[in-house]
Design a protein around this ligand. Structure first.
Ligand SMILES: [Zn+2]
Ligand SMILES: [Zn+2]
Length: 224
């Protein structure tokens, strides 16, 4: 049962034909977590302890604010604020000022949502390597996919030993896929830039507006 909870989203993302299945999984997991911090996590003590300790990063505080539960967000911000407040006391020297700055900086941009979703992504990256070893059908779907964004490709490389005895085969396939995908994106960029060449002025073929956002996503992951 646990295995399927983990593998079902992977199957779904790989079959979608997207440019990074892990970005798809990330987006779904993140949306679920943001929903959770505007709902059941608001009043649950174990979640509140974590929120007080780590807070939310800019990106997630923006997403929470865009959500529908301002009261729930205010309750969490209130106790997080008190936790930050507790670090601030009068400074009697520059040394103390720097110490206080360091202490505040430790959790200035930490985030409960990032921590949870990063852990989830690590588990998904491991499961992908295991599925490659365990499921022949998955190997086929994997080899037909469009590669990954660079941050998620790095994660897959780091967790590639979870493919066990098939690690070498997995790496061969993974690096091949990734280069094929980058070649495709690079070629699309070249076609795009060539369209601005004066020799192509008046051409019936127009630059594809998806080219640049697709290239940004390939290099950086989901930033747009
Ligand atoms: Zn990605
Ligand atoms: Zn975050």
């Amino acid at each position: 049962m646990q295995y399927h909870i983990q593998t079902d989203p992977i199957w779904e993302a790989f079959k979608s034909g997207c440019d990074c299945p892990l970005c798809e999984i990330y987006a779904a997991s993140e949306a679920r977590l943001v929903g959770q911090y505007l709902d059941e996590a608001v009043m649950a003590p174990e979640f509140r302890v974590e929120v007080n300790k780590y807070g939310f990063c800019r990106e997630h505080i923006r997403k929470l604010f865009a959500g529908k539960n301002k009261l729930g967000l205010a309750l969490q911000l209130h106790t997080r604020m008190l936790s930050v407040r507790s670090v601030i006391s009068p400074c009697k020297s520059y040394k103390q000022a720097v110490k206080q700055a360091d202490e505040l900086e430790k959790t200035a941009d930490t985030c409960v949502i990032c921590r949870t979703v990063d852990e989830m992504m690590l588990r998904y990256a491991r499961t992908i390597a295991q599925m490659f070893t365990n499921e022949e059908e998955f190997r086929n779907v994997f080899s037909k996919s469009n590669g990954f964004c660079i941050p998620h490709y790095i994660l897959l490389l780091r967790e590639s030993n979870k493919a066990g005895g098939l690690t070498q085969k997995y790496l061969t396939e993974l690096t091949y896929l990734q280069n094929r995908s980058l070649d495709r994106t690079a070629n699309a960029l070249e076609r795009f830039t060539n369209m601005f060449d004066y020799r192509n002025a008046g051409s019936a073929v127009k630059p594809d507006p998806e080219t640049v956002p697709a290239a940004i996503k390939k290099l950086k992951g989901r930033v747009l």
